[in-house]
Design a protein around this ligand. Structure first.
Ligand SMILES: Nc1ncnc2c1ncn2[C@@H]1O[C@H](COP(=O)(O)OP(=O)(O)OP(=O)(O)O)[C@@H](O)[C@H]1O
Length: 335
């Protein structure tokens, strides 16, 4: 598919391209994403994309060599004043790129990040963040979107866990769903099924746990036998499960869902409801909207059970206690 001969992003003063001299457009690519499909597809895409954008930008690419390389590459591009950094891969790559926009442990967007837009070519296994916008894993659609250059301030979330602050853009998750994502990494060759297999494996040693939860700084409440919690800026996780069905990354709020008393057979029986986002009609499910912050800790752990897993955007970050919050409109997003 051919790109448009000229692009709005390149030609119109939409705020990204006001300098007379060419600015950098940096593609951060995980060649190992989607079990290697990202790298294979990228080899075909990059020459076309580069030809189109190089009229107005210095187009460059960084192929990541391993975990956290995407964060380093993004941080450097942002510090150098790039016009845009485009994540090419799955939600894990997007997560690392988002973290490159923020200084360590800062609570707000770094000033320099305001000059650099975030873009996404979803080419991962789940690519769940893209689903919130109805975007498919079709890279040519993404190229047109990037070339068009429409952009909008988007919210990002943050989570403090184990003394570190991480940023996320899609969904944070706790306990069963966090452990499921952890196991799913071993089965990515199965595509989206990897998340279902990961969840079933996570259930094998899973125990629902009593958790103390405080939302928006109000009083602490105890939730007994919690199976899973999702904290959504976007709507989907786990390869298309609509876990925070009304989350909106432009709203300035997070949406939280809590599942209690689930067993593995409930997961199997109600799996289609997770994909459709209708699971909230089940007993022992809770939804909270307009969430600005949520603190979560174990009620007690007298039996010495393993820690409760915490992840965001599918990346394992540590164990409870954790505090999640939102940074409204903290990044400029090519949409
Ligand atoms: N060169 C590399 N070799 C191995 N792993 C890498 C490399 N570069 C990045 N990674 C790691 O790969 C992980 C997964 O990547 P990514 O999210 O792009 O693909 P995916 O897991 O297939 O997609 P999704 O997360 O949407 O299901 C990331 O956590 C990242 O740290």
């Amino acid at each position: 598919m051919a790109l448009r001969a000229s692009t709005a992003w390149a030609d119109a003063p939409r705020g990204l391209q006001l300098d007379s001299k060419k600015r950098e457009c940096v593609f951060v690519v995980n060649p190992k994403g989607a079990n290697g499909r990202t790298g294979r597809e990228w080899s075909n895409i990059f020459p076309k994309l580069s030809l189109e954008l190089s009229k107005h930008y210095n187009v460059s690419q960084v192929r990541t060599s391993g975990p956290f390389h995407a964060t380093e590459a993004t941080r450097k591009a942002v510090e150098d004043g790039a016009a845009a950094v485009i994540a090419v891969g799955g939600d894990g790559t997007l997560h690392e790129v988002v973290n490159g926009f923020f200084h360590d442990n800062c609570a707000s967007a770094d000033e320099s990040s305001h000059k650099t837009a975030l873009g996404l070519i979803p080419l991962g296994t789940g690519s769940d963040f893209a689903r919130t916008f109805g975007w498919s894993n079709d890279p040519y659609q993404a190229i047109h979107r990037i070339a068009r250059g429409d952009h909008r301030r988007i919210d990002t979330g943050y989570v403090s866990v184990g003394g570190n602050r991480h940023h996320f853009i899609n969904v944070g998750a706790l306990h069963l769903s966090a452990q499921a994502g952890y196991h799913a990494t071993k089965y990515k060759w199965l595509g989206n099924l990897s998340y279902v297999i990961g969840a079933l494996q996570a259930f094998m040693h899973h125990k629902n746990r009593d958790l103390d939860i405080r939302i928006n700084g109000e009083e602490w409440k105890r939730f007994s036998r919690v199976t899973s919690i999702a904290i959504g800026n976007g709507k989907y996780f786990g390869g298309g499960m609509k876990i925070t069905p009304t989350a909106d990354p432009y709203s300035g709020d997070l949406e939280v869902t809590i599942l209690q008393h689930f067993q593995w057979y409930h997961f199997v029986i109600h799996l289609f409801k997770l994909y459709k986002g209708t699971f909230l009609e089940l007993n022992n499910t809770w939804r909270f909207d307009k969430v600005k912050s949520i603190e979560i800790k174990e009620a007690d752990n007298e039996s010495g059970d393993d820690g409760v897993f915490v992840q965001a955007d599918g990346e394992h970050l540590g164990f409870l206690p954790a505090e999640f919050g939102i940074l409204p409109g903290s990044l400029d997003f090519l949409c």
